[in-house]
Design a protein around this ligand. Structure first.
Ligand SMILES: Cc1ncc(COP(=O)(O)O)c(C=O)c1O
Length: 488
């Protein structure tokens, strides 16, 4: 993929630089963003004409706004092409056009879902979206709301859990849980106890038992789709311990939550974990990961609406123009973008969360991409596969004589792959994961960089051939062969 530089001095430059006159004007990325904007124009006009207010002067200068935007476009090209099927690095999935347009349309109103005063319409859309997310886990009317992302959503769940069980009761989570859980335990002033994982990256039950016997545990965090390996903690087995030890069970399904729609396709341990999600006290799911939303869209859900008591406050300066409850009374944060609710609601309208529906099929395509790619790479002696994908994340390594050497090669391949227009992520894996995949490897250091790919886009599967072609070129390049040949 070529960098598409835009000259801020030439604001009239074609939106598709490099395309000659008379040529098909489809951009190199295959996208037609400009067509999306036309739809936005239509809806914006309708909205603008719907307010019955006297006209008033707005003081802004079209030329300078235009100049700044063109300059911004020049800045924004300094990004990887996250929207493209050859981007398979971090957890970045492009928002659906309906989500980004709904978000943009809402910005002309800029509703604030802190309370009904700030956004009646978008508060309704948020409540409706939360009910849709809740149904994923069999909850008909959960307490919950959108947040700026998974971290805030988890913080809120852990805060509510702490408030429901006074005392300095520990939070436990697996060693593979998102790093922010430890930080949040610090914020909440409670101990954090990490639990080791098994060789598939799932919380070890024997280790959890030992901790439960020794500590007063307030909350167990089960991760459903770990950030590194896409592994799923055994929620069902953890549940089996809840009655005896009286902890709250929180599921961090920020990444994996949407996969509830296809859980019947997973192998038994993963399937059972998903089936048990509905019995958790709280669940975090991030629409901005798998739910086709722009950033700024997480969600926290509580099974028991009575958890709302934790939020009680009596601020005298706002919220009193509407009778009844509203989102400001059940949220840790105050101001929140109504645009996020609008975007999610529109997306759910197009893609209802149904088993066997279009969205579910697309999620499963990503899982198939990970499985198929694992099979393809496993047939080639240059690679070792480090996880059997549970969801759509595949972790692999160049085969090497030692752990140190594997790390060196993988870092080289990562860089060379970027040069080839294939975008992966690096991930620090413990040596035992390399050893169990490649028993003859010399363990000369405790961990090494390995290659991680998040195959979140349905297109990843059909782009597998190209993925492998560029990966092979990167392997050759990092081994000193054909360094200068870049695949077009
Ligand atoms: C399992 C898990 N939990 C929480 C988070 C944090 O989410 P956010 O980046 O939206 O704050 C992530 C992010 O990757 C994650 O993978």
């Amino acid at each position: 993929m070529q960098d598409r530089r835009i000259d801020p001095a030439e604001p009239d430059a074609s939106p598709n630089p490099g395309v000659q006159e008379g040529e098909e004007s489809r951009p190199a990325s295959g996208l037609r963003w400009i067509e999306e904007i036309a739809i936005l124009g239509e809806a914006t006009r309708l909205l603008e004409n719907s307010f019955e207010v006297p006209p008033f002067d707005v003081d802004w200068d079209v030329g300078s706004v235009r100049r700044m935007l063109v300059e911004l476009a020049g800045q924004l090209v300094d990004n990887d092409p996250y929207f493209h099927p050859l981007y398979a690095g971090q957890m970045l999935k492009p928002p659906h056009p309906v989500a980004r347009l709904a978000w943009a349309l809402s910005l002309f109103i800029n509703p604030n879902n802190h309370a009904l005063d700030g956004g009646r319409a978008t508060s309704r859309l948020e409540q409706s979206s939360i009910r849709s997310l809740g149904r994923l886990f069999g909850w008909t009317d959960p307490l919950g709301h959108l947040t700026s992302g998974g971290t805030l959503a988890n913080l809120e769940a852990l805060w509510v859990a702490r408030e429901c069980q006074p005392g300095r009761r520990a939070i436990v989570a697996s060693e593979e849980a998102h790093y922010t859980h430890r930080r949040m335990a610090g914020l909440l002033g409670v101990p954090f106890v990490p639990i080791p994982v098994d060789n598939r990256g799932r919380m070890e039950m024997a280790a959890l038992d030992a901790v439960l016997e020794r500590n007063e545990v307030g909350t167990v965090v089960a991760t459903v789709g770990t950030t590194g390996w896409g592994a799923t903690d055994p929620v069902d087995e953890i549940l089996g311990r809840r009655e005896r030890h009286g902890f709250r069970l929180h599921a961090d399904a920020a990444y994996g939550g949407y996969f509830s729609l296809v859980s019947e396709r997973f192998e038994a341990p993963t399937r059972k974990a998903f089936e048990a999600l509905g019995a958790c006290d709280s669940i975090v799911i991030d629409p901005h990961k798998h739910g086709l939303q722009p950033y700024g869209s997480g969600a926290v859900l509580f099974q028991n609406p009575e958890d709302a008591r934790v939020y009680a406050h009596d601020s005298p300066y706002t919220y009193y123009t509407a009778p009844g409850g509203h989102l400001g009374e059940i949220s840790l944060e105050c101001s929140r973008p109504g645009a996020a609710a609008a975007a999610l609601w529109c997306t759910l309208g197009l893609f209802p969360l149904e088993r066997g529906g279009t969205f579910a099929k697309q999620l499963w395509e990503g899982c198939r991409a990970a499985r198929d790619l694992a099979d393809d790479l496993a047939r080639d002696s240059k690679w070792t596969i480090l996880n059997t994908p549970e969801l759509d994340i595949l972790v692999f390594s160049a085969r090497a004589g030692s752990v140190r050497e594997a790390g060196r090669l993988n870092r080289g391949i990562f860089e060379e792959a970027r040069r080839q227009g294939l975008y992966l992520a690096l991930f620090e894996a413990p040596a035992h994961r390399l050893l169990s995949a490649q028993p003859e490897i010399e363990v000369d250091q405790p961990a090494a960089s390995v290659l991680r790919s998040c195959l979140m886009k349905p297109d990843h599967r059909s782009w597998r051939g190209e993925f492998i072609r560029r990966l092979e070129a990167a392997w050759r390049g990092s081994h000193g062969e054909a360094k200068s040949t870049r695949i077009p």
